[in-house]
Design a protein around this ligand. Sequence first.
Ligand SMILES: Nc1ncnc2c1ncn2[C@@H]1O[C@H](COP(=O)(O)OP(=O)(O)OP(=O)(O)O)[C@@H](O)[C@H]1O
Ligand SMILES: [Mg+2]
Length: 321
Amino acid sequence: MEKAKTHCDAVVEQIRSLYVGDELLIEKILAAALANGHILFEDNPGLGKTLLAKTLAFSIGCNFSRVQCTPDLLPADILGTNIWRPKNGSFELLKGPVFTNILLVDEVNRSPPKTQSAVLEVMEERQVTIEGKTYECEEPFFVLATQNPIEYEGTYPLPEAQIDRFIMKLSTGYPRSLDEEKLIVKRRIEWKKDDPTRDLKPVVSGEDFRALQRMVENDIYIDDAVIKYIAEIVRKTREHPQVDVGSSPRGSLALLKASRAIALIRRRDFVTPDDIKTLAVDALAHRLILKVEDVMRQVDERKIVTKILDTVSVPKDYHPR
Ligand SMILES: Nc1ncnc2c1ncn2[C@@H]1O[C@H](COP(=O)(O)OP(=O)(O)OP(=O)(O)O)[C@@H](O)[C@H]1O
Ligand SMILES: [Mg+2]
């Protein structure tokens, strides 16, 4: 536990030294990574999405590759392709960027649907199929995808069904105060360059990061009462009058995994109902499909999940072990 704390703190600290903003957001990002979950960052241009994703990726001693999505990006550009080697008289796989630990898919909604579904398939299966042959993904493997809100021109919105594969959808938001706004400018003066992530060194080795992931999986206890709390919240999303399709059980599992990870980050070996409350909106809201009239009225799914949290009674007598 002591060691885990040092490692988690080091990553949070490194992200904080570049990204100006919500501490809780940084905890959530790390939680998703520890849970080996894919994260979707969605927000307006220029709000630090790429900065955050890159900082996380560079802070963990894992392999990392990046794909900048464009409308002409082909599935093979991400997965890889077989090329003919005349010398050997055979085809050889030229591995694409997907053969890595952390895949940063920048501006995912600028890539055409065929390429999106290639990525999303790998996300779920954790294996890559190229011309009929299947290859396992590396361990750990997770995707950090960024996108601008779907109203922007020249984009292909991710299908709802595929958005479900992200453990959380997070947004960075605008700086919260004049001081934060100033700090961003001041840091830029200090760095003397636009991309401060270039000089970053990992603060946790790949081996240690995998050990943390194993702790999340094996050593963090969740009491029956807290499991029931998750299940009740998820069920309520299906009963809500403004919701056409509520969260699938995958949403419950996302909450389970992320809450165990955040427990570890917060130096506990058990999940509390408060962990669930902290994560529920980011882990569930993107899975809801609203009724057509509510989509037209631009009802916010996040507010619906927040309201649901107010109606589900919080377990008081859960056991820490
Ligand atoms: N909260 C923040 N803290 C520190 N720097 C920030 C923050 N927000 C933006 N920046 C700086 O602003 C610039 C743009 O950020 P970034 O490229 O991460 O935006 P983005 O959200 O990925 O934008 P786009 O949607 O256009 O790709 C970077 O130089 C980044 O360092
Ligand atoms: Mg970006």
